[in-house]
Design a protein around this ligand. Structure first.
Ligand code: ATP
Ligand code: MG
Length: 420
């Protein structure tokens, strides 16, 4: 160990576990790529004001969890705590919404930073893969995104997750509900902070995890009873499309994203094997966000799935991904001349697209064969002076143990054939 350790609330991804993270990112991205979503990458930091407006001044993310800094030039920046605001900012800046057909469909993958109390499944640096569909209000789009996330989780073999679904109404019906809820909440016995929350972000109170608060909320007015006809019809359509696709969901009236520009469809993916950090992903419609950050009206919908928690979910279900070994062939030279010749062979194999590795450092046969084993390679190539004199290398099948001499000039073709 060195003098240094990873900062509090962070951890390193190291082999072999890191391969699972890559595979999870890939599994989430694959259905998006196949469905017309283009890859977008934005900076790891943004002007702090983007998140203040684009995530919301009343959220925990902005008030408590954001890493902010002032640059030497005096700019106020924040490490990105989430992806949606940045992606929308970038799409507007590049005029993607004017360039072609709407919706603009984008996906991203990256690191996010939140100053949280570290615990299992909750870190200060974590990883998300996300998707945004910008500029179209269509229940099919909401359904598409939920179906693609479901498909991604299923492709990983996950089964113990549930989809929670709700509608938050729109700018017509939501304010009426908000006021009714505030009137109800003001009469409850609540602490100072929660009372303040009633005024700024009352829907968020419904999300309170404390049992004594939840008990008082039993008779709270229900958003469902306040949805306008357009929102009701929209939500019914999303539900019907999910059902038609065979995607099982649960209606959850308490599921809220209490910001003014979050509208209609909202959903969360929860996994039952994760304890209290059970949300593996979440998303919804944000019809008002573009205008909040100075853009035109662009109704949009998106989600972000947490890679860290998805890996924990795999581990909770005891799922081992079927990851192909990185190395197909492991070369073991015996002696100086063999080192040069076999390294040339390895270079040639690599150029021919065959994954190959090499026993570096001039170890003896025993140690080198141990490394060959550990590499997971299907074949080992062993050559000493006598082999070279005959113009052959020994090709060993690591599974059967069977060994045969193959002419140097034919080794690439032979391996290509055997590896299919
Ligand atoms: P939570 O309620 O658990 O705090 P959240 O509502 O803050 O989650 P989102 O902002 O919706 O989470 O982010 C989407 C996903 O990103 C989450 O479902 C989760 O998988 C992951 N995520 C969020 N915060 C963290 C974190 N601090 N550490 C690890 N993963 C996280
Ligand atoms: Mg959070």
């Amino acid at each position: 160990m060195s003098t240094f350790q990873a900062p509090k609330g962070t951890y390193d991804l190291t082999p072999p576990r890191s391969a699972t993270f890559l595979a999870v990112r890939e599994a989430i991205a694959a259905p998006l790529r196949d469905s017309g979503y283009g890859y977008i990458e934005t900076p790891g930091f943004e002007n702090v004001e983007l998140f203040a407006r684009g995530v919301g001044e009343s959220t925990d993310i902005v008030t408590k969890e954001m890493y902010t800094l002032t640059t030497k030039g005096g700019d106020q920046l924040a490490l990105r705590p989430e992806g949606t605001a940045s992606v929308l900012r970038a799409a507007l800046e590049a005029n993607l919404h004017k360039a072609g057909n709407l919706p603009v469909k984008l996906w991203y993958s990256g690191s996010y930073y939140r100053y949280e109390r570290p615990q299992a499944g909750r870190y200060r640096h974590f990883s998300q893969v996300g998707a945004e569909a910008i500029g179209t209000e269509d229940p099919v789009l909401d359904a598409e995104l939920i179906i693609l996330a479901d498909q991604a989780y299923r492709s990983l073999g996950l089964r113990q997750f549930r989809i929670l679904l709700n509608s938050l109404g729109d700018k017509e019906c939501r304010p009426v509900y908000r006021e009714a809820l505030q009137t109800f909440l003001r009469d409850l016995d609540l602490d100072e902070e929660t009372r303040r929350r009633i005024e700024i972000n009352p829907l968020r109170v419904l999300d309170d995890k404390r049992a004594d608060v939840q008990k008082q909320l039993t008779d709270a007015p229900k958003l469902r009873d306040y949805l306008c006809d357009a929102c009701k019809a929209y939500h019914e359509e999303v539900r019907a499309l999910l059902t038609a696709a065979g995607v099982v969901y649960e209606d959850d009236e308490k599921l809220v994203r209490g910001l003014d520009y979050y509208t209609r469809t909202t959903f969360e993916f929860v996994h039952d094997g994760l304890g209290s950090q059970s949300a593996v992903g979440g998303g919804g419609r944000y019809d008002g966000l573009s205008e909040m950050i100075g853009g035109p009206e662009l109704p949009s919908v998106g989600w972000a799935l947490g890679v860290d928690r998805t890996v924990l979910a795999l581990e909770a279900e005891g799922i081992e991904l079927d990851l192909p070994y990185a190395t197909s062939v492991y070369a073991v030279p015996l002696g100086e001349e063999a080192r040069r010749v076999l390294f040339g062979v390895v270079t040639g194999l690599r150029r021919a697209g065959i994954a190959a590795d090499f026993a570096f450092g001039g170890r003896g046969l025993k140690g080198a064969m141990k490394s060959a084993n550990r590499s997971g390679a299907r074949y080992a190539l062993v050559a000493g002076e006598r082999d070279l004199a005959e113009g052959v290398v020994q090709l060993k099948d690591m599974e059967s143990g069977e060994q045969s001499a193959v002419p140097l000039t034919e080794i690439a073709a032979e391996l290509a054939k055997r590896l299919g």
